[in-house]
Structure formats: C-alpha cells, structure tokens
Design a protein around this ligand. Sequence first.
Ligand SMILES: Cc1ncc(COP(=O)(O)O)c(C=O)c1O
Length: 401
Amino acid sequence: MNESQAALVEAAHQHLYPNYKQPPLVLARGRGSQVWDLEGKRYLDFYAGIAVSTLGHGHPRLTRAIAEQAAQLIHVSNYFFNEPNIRLAGELCKRTGMQRALFCNSGTEAVEAMLKLARRYHYVRGAQDRYTVIAFANSFHGRTLGALTVTGQPKYRDGFGPLTGVKHVPFGDVAAVGQALDDHVAAILVEPVQGEGGVVVAPPGFLEQLRALCDSSGALFIADEVQTGVGRTGRFLACEHFGVQPDAVALAKGLGGGVPIGAVACRERYTEALPPGSHGSTFAGNPLASAAALAVLETIDQEQLIAAVQQKGERLGRALQALVARYPDILQQTRGLGLLQVLVVQDGRDIMAIHAALRDAGLLLTVAGGNALRVSPPLTITDQELDEGISLIDQVLRRVV
Ligand SMILES: Cc1ncc(COP(=O)(O)O)c(C=O)c1O
C-alpha cells in the first residue's frame, strides 16, 4: 500500500467515528463510470455512490453548473428566494406531475418531511388522531428517528426505541394493509422497489390497490423514491411503471448527482398542511444544490438518459440472467428494474467474500438485503463498461466455483 493511502487509513481509524466499515482504500478521483484510489488503482463504478452519481464522475455540465453557481452565490437560507431553486421546483413538478416542491438535504429528511406533511394535513382538517403510518416489512426509509420508525427492518431499528406510530405489514400483502387500515391511519408509505431491502419490485397490482385503499380511506399515498427516482428504473419515477400517481413523493440520492439535496413533490391539495414556520431547514433548497440538480435534470433530457436506462437495463438484465444460468450453485436469481438490479446469492455462500473479491478485481458494487449484489451504476454508463463489469463478475464467480 502506498504510504499516503496507508497513513490516511490509519488516521481514519484514529479519528473518524467508526459507524461505517470501509475497506482500507481511499477513493481519490473519478471520470465517467470509473474511479481511482490514492494508489492509482482503477475501479469500474457499478454502484454510483449508492445510486447517487446519476451523471457519473466529472460530468462537464454538472461540474460547470456547480463551479458557476459557487462563484455566483452558494447560500442565502429560506429568508429569501433564489433563482435556481425556483426553477428546480418547476422542473420537479413538471417531471413528477405534482404542483408543489419542498426541499431538504437528504433522503431521510425527505421522508421526515413527507411524514410531517401527511400527519399535519389531517391535523389542520381537525383529525388530530390520524397519525399512524402503514409501512412495510423489509423497507428502508432512512436513519433519523421518524424515518427509522417507518423503516421495516430490525437491524436498523434495534436499540433506538421506542419507535411508535407505525404499523408494519408484509410487502405485497393487500389484505394485511386492509386490516391495518383504521381511522387513525394518516398515510401508507411505500417504496415501489425496496432498494436496501434487496431490490424487491412491488408485485403486479399491489401499488394500484394501495392507491385505491388510500382513495377510499382518505389516507395519503406517500412514495419513497429516494433510491428509485430521477430515472434510475427507466422512468422518472418508478411509480410510473405501475401507472400510479402518489399524493407525495420523496426524492434525494440521484437528484443532485452527488451534491446533497432532497425534495418532496406533492399535489396542490396538501399545500395547507405545512404553513410558514411549521417545517424548514437552513440549507434546504440552497442555490448550489439546486443548480446541481437542475444540471442533472437538464442533462437527463439532453442526453436522453431515461431511454438509455431502459435499453441498458435490458442489456444488464440479460447479462445478469446469463450469470444466474451459468452459476446456479452461487446465484439464485436476478431482479430489479432499469439500472437498479441485483444478483441474489445462494444461501450459505459468503456474499461479503464475493463482494471483496469483486472489489479486488476492480469492480465496485454494493450488497443489499443481506444476500444480493446490487448493480446501480451511473445512468451514463456505456454498454462497453456494462459488459466489462459483467465479465469481471464472471471471472470472480468462476474462481469461487
Ligand atoms: C428508499 C430510501 N429512502 C431513504 C433513504 C435515506 O436516504 P439518505 O441516506 O440520503 O438519508 C434511502 C437511502 O438508502 C433509501 O434507499
């Protein structure tokens, strides 16, 4: 290991709070769908910083927008309007079919805002006892206490309780939702594809039935598209695959292409729920993050990335399917949508060892759901790079056999 990389890793172990478990390498620069560590070793980026780097690394449109905005005005707070943020609100409403956009700085904050919006919508209408949220087993919604409360996985929740005000039901089980739906339910919160849960796609008809239950009960249909939104699945929102329009949707991750930003887009009807003073954040909607998000959205249009994701998603799906057929002892199945897909590893196989071997071979991807290798590359990844990554997986699995 190069001196400076080793020294930095040592310093990290000394001073960084150890709530993550990084391998001993320091990523130093990136270009497109490739990154390099401090020793100059190249990695193919099949994870995009956990589905964040929509345009890859160093995209000239994004870096120019950030540099120009930084020189112009970085921050003003919400005491005043700023132009990039006003324009971004319009673009987001246009793309989501909503009428209002509210900004924050991360995915967990977007979920928090959506939960607050749902509860307070009922509150201002006099239904003060309508506060429960129906959410799903195996879901992930973030780490702040509200988002953690609705997260349906014990491994994230353990030790932080009490986390109350939520009813978790099995994902895909409409009858269980119907049973849980009483007069106290403010909203049903769902990921159209459970990302951290292992890229589990909502079964056919499920979201449509949730929409119908919300329409008949008055509960809000709130969608967490922090991971699936902004084109990742081959539509701007994954909900579009199911023909369902949520009442509010949370976005973050890919929206800023790597610059932290979160947003909630909602229908006009919910505008009264959060009047001035009821919700906010110092950094929310700042000009820098808004300019970055605008550049991401404009580039998605100009480079026709949503259509590209559909085509590349099919290519990726076929290649992953071929790997499952070639290595049935190691791989169970593949699933996902667009450029969010997984290879599910057979029980008893050491997924972390495979993950580490892939990294050593020069391929970065993530583990989701405990048993799935998740592929979530930049939306700008080329066919050639996709093929290269698949071939690296093939080589590593051949060795595992
Ligand atoms: C569906 C979903 N919601 C919320 C979050 C939390 O986002 P953040 O890490 O930006 O707080 C994530 C992050 O993985 C996510 O996948």
